[in-house]
Structure formats: structure tokens, C-alpha cells
Design a protein around this ligand. Sequence first.
Ligand code: UDP
Ligand code: MG
Length: 151
Amino acid sequence: MANNEQTFIMIKPDGVARGLVGEVIKRFEQKGYYLRALKMMNVPKELAEEHYVDLSSKPFYKGLVNYIVSGPVVATVWEGKGVVVTGRKLVGATNPLASEPGSIRGDFCIDVGRNVIHGSDAVESAKREIGLWFPEGLADNKPELKWVYES
Ligand code: UDP
Ligand code: MG
């Protein structure tokens, strides 16, 4: 399994407003994942629509887009072995009432429409989302990871 798998994690407007940015970063960092990119930004409506294009026929789509554009988000890229699947576990189930305690959603929110954080659901969608949110590309870096990986 590749040590350089990447996922897109976004702290949504409610997470930023509630001061949960550090908490999210802490949890991914302490697991051993590597922060490859981070930026705070207001989200253009077209970007929110494109990010969630697969959900465009859902009844909650309009409200979801309005939620994502309602305040600044923090967009991040994390790297490491199994980061997509394990990142989803750190994030927790979509509906926070069903998210396990110990996950971010399980610990910090209640409503599905205010669930604090986004995480890519597959390696392919992570690639698409990273391209969408970081069209400028990621900074070159080679982290020293010998204390995280055996090889
Ligand atoms: N969402 C919602 N109502 C629903 C289902 C989803 O408002 O009934 C929102 C919720 O914020 C969720 C986002 O739409 O995080 C994307 O939905 P998805 O099924 O992709 O869940 P996720 O991948 O974020 O767990
Ligand atoms: Mg999703």
C-alpha cells in the first residue's frame, strides 16, 4: 500500500466558526498523516456545486451548497498509507447521530446538515477533489517519515 496516498479533507463553515480547525488537524497529525496542503477560503458557489455534483439531484443539494458557501472553509490535503479509508473513519459516518464517539462527527456535531467536515470517499474522488480545490497544485515536499513507516 502506497505511503503517498492522498485525501481531501475540508473543515466546513460550521467547523471553522466553532473553532474546530485545530482539533481536526490535531487528529490527523497525531495519527501520523502528513499535512500536504492547507488554505482558508470563501467558496465560490460554482466550486461548491461542482464539488457535490454527484448529489445534484438530491433534495438537500441546494441547502448543502448554501451551507458550504455560508462562511470560510479550511481545505486540506493529507497524505499517508490508507489515508482515504482511515480518514473517513477519523471523520465518522455522514449522519452525526450515527457517527461513533471518537470520530470527529461523533464527538462534535448532531445534524447531518451541520456535520463539520468533509472527507473524500475513495482514492479516485480524492484525486478529483484535490484537483478541484487546489488547481494551483501542491507545494513540493519530501517529509521524513522513518518514525511513521517501517519501510
Ligand atoms: N447531507 C445532507 N443531508 C443528507 C445527506 C447528506 O445535508 O440527507 C450533506 C452532509 O453535509 C454530507 C454532504 O451532504 O456531509 C455530502 O453527502 P455524502 O453522502 O457525500 O456524505 P459524506 O461523504 O460527507 O459523509
Ligand atoms: Mg461524500
